[in-house]
Write a protein that binds this ligand. Structure first.
Ligand code: SAH
Ligand code: SF4
Length: 349
């Protein structure tokens, strides 16, 4: 029989478990701290538990740790790592170093594949989908944090939920993972260092506000009117732009997160000044920064990247009209680690 991963239990449940072994309840808290505050990944490490308890735990439970399947380092320093999960699914995490700014960012996956099938995204082409557990997300953070220290001598400074999957369709586990990463007794990351990227799940955005989750938000906008957006992002048919913007405004009014609009520029699709005008209208409801992203090639996709000239013109137009705008060049393209490229080479393995 497969043993259950000890990390799937809440503190209350751990108390029941230690009681069933005839141990005092406070032992549960120690186990909890080993897991979530010290990042333990086996029972041996839990040296303040008796040897007997450690053995009993080891006989009954396990840690299904992530198994590294591949790792590639880009010429720009970006490191992509593939992990095999207990059910043999594969996910990827990306470490993006910017030493000159002292910034070491983890791009974390939240699902295996993605059900939303955006026209331009490799992850959306993967069929198999399941939600990652909170500990599968947390462990990507632990492992890449160690990696960052090893390779660059610096721990992670930022975390972006921009890997595989739509984080707001895995709301509970994503929020639990944020809670674990920001736990003041452990890594104590400020939610200000965490950015959640979403294709625009209205209900999820409202829920983040209601639950007081104060992370920054990146909206994958990519088109500034419903017709165009629905053509490349099917999720837009049920989550119309107006509703998504209203949800973001609700979140902004409540917790003042930093909000960004991600905008991949596609040739002859969303790269005109008329498109820029429409985009501008969406920036009036709360402070927002527009991030123009270069389209990264994905096999089988019918869209092309906009010319540099168009990108520059579009960006200048926004800036001239008072919209904070940056143009982001992709990182890790040579190793398929750039936005939207995750997993496009995995399926055939
Ligand atoms: N599902 C979430 C988060 C993961 S996608 C979301 O869609 O926001 C992370 C980012 O990569 C998103 O902004 C997404 O739109 C972008 N992306 C997807 N495919 C891309 C591609 N081929 N080139 C550039 N960016 C891409
Ligand atoms: Fe899913 Fe985001 Fe890719 Fe769309 S862009 S398919 S929402 S991972």
């Amino acid at each position: 029989m497969n043993k259950t991963d000890i990390r799937s239990y809440s503190l209350d449940q751990l108390e029941n478990i230690v009681s069933s072994f005839g141990e005092p309840k406070f032992k549960a808290k120690q186990i909890y701290q080993w897991i979530w505050q010290k990042g333990a990944m086996n029972f041996e490490q839990m040296t303040n538990l008796s040897k007997k308890l450690r053995e009993e735990l080891n006989n009954a439970f396990t840690f299904n740790t992530l198994i590294r399947t591949h790792q590639q380092q880009s010429i720009d320093g970006t490191v992509k790592t593939g992990w095999q999960l207990q059910d043999n699914s594969i996910i990827e995490s990306v470490l993006i170093p910017v030493p000159k700014d002292n910034r070491y960012t983890l791009c974390v996956s939240s699902q295996v594949g993605c059900s939303l099938a955006c026209a331009f995204c490799a992850t959306g082409q993967l069929k198999k989908v399941r939600n990652l557990t909170d500990y599968e997300i947390f462990e990507q953070f632990l492992k890449v944090n160690s990696m960052s220290k090893e390779i660059y001598g610096h721990q992670l400074t930022n975390i972006v939920y921009m890997g595989m999957g739509e984080p707001l369709l895995n709301y509970n586990n994503v929020v639990k993972s944020i809670d674990k990463i920001t736990n003041p007794l452990a890594f104590g990351y400020s939610t200000k260092r965490i950015t959640l990227s979403t294709s625009g799940i209205t209900k999820g955005i409202v829920r983040l506000a209601d639950d007081d989750i104060k992370v920054n938000i990146a909206l994958s906008l990519h088109a500034a009117d419903d017709d165009k957006r629905s053509k490349i992002m099917p999720i837009n048919e049920t989550n119309k732009l107006r509703d998504v913007i209203d949800a973001l405004k609700y979140m902004y009014d409540k917790n003042k997160p930093r909000i960004g609009f991600e905008y991949i520029m596609f040739k002859d699709f969303n790269d005109s000044i008329e498109d820029a005008n429409k985009l501008m209208k969406l920036t009036k409801f709360f402070p927002v920064k527009v991030n123009i992203i270069e389209y990264n090639y994905v096999e089988g996709v019918n869209l092309k990247k906009a010319s540099d000239e168009k990108v520059n013109k579009f960006a200048k137009y926004l800036v001239d009209h008072g919209v904070m705008t940056t143009v982001r060049r992709s990182r890790g393209k040579d190793i398929d680690a750039a936005c939207g490229q995750l997993a496009n080479k995995i399926e055939n393995k």
